[in-house]
Design a binder for this molecule. Sequence first.
Ligand SMILES: Nc1nc2c(ncn2[C@@H]2O[C@H](COP(=O)(O)OP(=O)(O)OP(=O)(O)O)[C@@H](O)[C@H]2O)c(=O)[nH]1
Ligand SMILES: [Mg+2]
Length: 319
Amino acid sequence: MADVAHLVSQAREGNPRAVARLISLVEGAAPELREVMATLAPLSGSAHVIGITGSPGVGKSTSTSALVTAYRQRGKRVGVLAVDPSSPFSGGALLGDRVRMGEHASDPGVYIRSMATRGHLGGLAWSAPQAIRVLDAAGCDVVLVETVGVGQSEVEIAAQADTSVVLLAPGMGDGIQAAKAGILEIGDVFVVNKADRDGADATARELNHMLGLGEARGPGDWRPPIVKTVAARGEGTDEVVEALEKHRAWMEEHGVLAERRLKRAAQEVETIAVTALRERIADLHGDKRLGALAERVAGGSLDAYSAADELVEGLTGEK
Ligand SMILES: Nc1nc2c(ncn2[C@@H]2O[C@H](COP(=O)(O)OP(=O)(O)OP(=O)(O)O)[C@@H](O)[C@H]2O)c(=O)[nH]1
Ligand SMILES: [Mg+2]
């Protein structure tokens, strides 16, 4: 068994191996998981969690890397979590990310970690928040969560983040795609990357138009800004950081940050509880209680609903 208290204090001192070890423990649902989470609970909550999402190849990793540079210049410690819902591989950085994040590999103020969620019990909803909490407790001021994918995984990531950045690029038919996938609703900040290519202005205009078509905003409501970037050259990155800081300030001013985190906590507790219940229910085959109830239902002395109620009570009443 790992010495959790020792690992946590090392992680808070900035030891990258301790951080990596803690993430492995929570990700692999190790026996130490509960102790790790209990130790981290009072230590987390100060990081700004930023989700970065968008279609494959739009420039998420390049933008993430540029953001890391910008935040490091501002003296912030940064955690990066690259989540790939389609990959069964975890641990090291993905090959492409390793290349694009390479310049940060030796920076002690940056932690980079990739995470696969396929085949994970509870998937993204279960594993990402716990890894985020490790990075937060380890003293990261900013945690960038990059996720590739469409639809559900993007929406799930948005639910984990304080601020969601949606990336688009010109000439990918992204505008229409975004509207379809419900991405317009999750974006707090929109970035049109690859602005060195033709069509960036048109994409930004189209997006602006679509955002404007949404329901009327009241005074004090957040109007998601659209920032054009050339992430490959770091152009526009300062404006993105500015938009992110503004969004955080706006959330704090309007109580939205607390609201989002409360919602997230409720969802996390629910996911863990449902997973635990599902595990117990999956264990029921051959369970004596089920057998006895089944006999009564088959014999007509008990209806199936009452039997199910009894069974659920039996499952939740014990520890
Ligand atoms: N022209 C141009 N190319 C860019 C820019 N930013 C990124 N690219 C290139 O676009 C390609 C994809 O960039 P990535 O950062 O890997 O994109 P991604 O969204 O992380 O890709 P996946 O993780 O595979 O979904 C790479 O070849 C980048 O060099 C940009 O601003 N302009
Ligand atoms: Mg990437």
